[in-house]
Ligand binder design. Sequence first.
Ligand code: NAP
Length: 332
Amino acid sequence: MKAICVRAFGGPEVLELCDVPVPQAGPGQVIVRLMAAGVNPVETYIRSGAYAKLPALPWTPGSDGAGVVENAGAGVKPRLQPGHRVWVAGSLSGTYAERAVCDAGSVFALPEHVTFAQGAALAIPCSTAWRALMQRGAAKAVETVLVHGATGGVGGAAVQFAKAAGLRVLATGGSAAGREMLARLGADVIFDHSVPGYEDAIRAATDGKGADVILEMLANVNLARDLTLLGRGGRVVVVGSRGSIEVNPRELMLRDADVRGVMLGNTPALELAECHAAIARHLADGSLRPIIGRSFPLAEAAEAHRAVMAPGHAGKIILHIAEVSDRGAAFF
Ligand code: NAP
């Protein structure tokens, strides 16, 4: 079967399409024939060799995907049998591939009305969004959340979860297409984070009171400014950061405010199960509909990695894997 192989850490060009043996399912495992795989920034950090925890080489990237169960190993419950549509939150072999071997506990039913492309946009982005907003951010209905960087995988999910929970949602995007997407998702007020002084408009949109929760996608650029945009008792949840920044701690004192980090990989099992249950619930009631910004064939994984690190997001970036004849109308 075809899979992306990384034989040496480096730039996007190290993502090569190669032939690898078809994996076999052990006890408690399933083989998923993938139709789509999610492309997340973390896979670019690992690919470059700059990430704290690196896999052994050769490595097939990817932990998110969607497809159909091809076969199930001994002891796998009937809910995961050949032909069932599923989404995947973690894989033992990597999802940038035609098939992936997964622990059965990481594989979930994909409702008929959710496309495979959307299914590949669920695991890391939506779990992170739920954990940041609800578990670390402790957001409540009627509060105001600022999703600072809302046009990508995590931000788009956070906007949808926050709207469904009854929050007022302020959201930022750096491109016209991204901001149009935020309007479609129902964000209440939308800002352009590439315009100097945009924080004044955010402050005005809260009548000077500040936001209760800020989900921050680029803390090394925005954290100092975030502290001035918080209301009393406000919480900044740092989701993404690509460097260091100087902040004025007095801004926290003045507001009895908190800065909280989130790292999905640290999530205790019970809380991760809550994230997955929230995804299933919001898919079922229609309040979570991942928007696909761009899709690349598996062979163009290098282009997908360039795109996920470039500005101008308007939804999630995925790889489409199956042949066109397999995809049909339900793909996108
Ligand atoms: P993504 O799909 O690549 O989206 C990146 C987002 O960052 C886009 O909305 C982009 O907006 C926004 N952005 C760019 N410049 C910005 C600025 N100056 N201010 C505010 N936002 C800005 O990535 P993602 O999957 O949503 O992940 C977002 C970040 O969270 C990444 O850094 C990722 O590594 C991190 N992350 C962390 C965890 C965790 O466990 N902590 C989990 C998942 C992701 P425009 O393109 O519109 O400018």
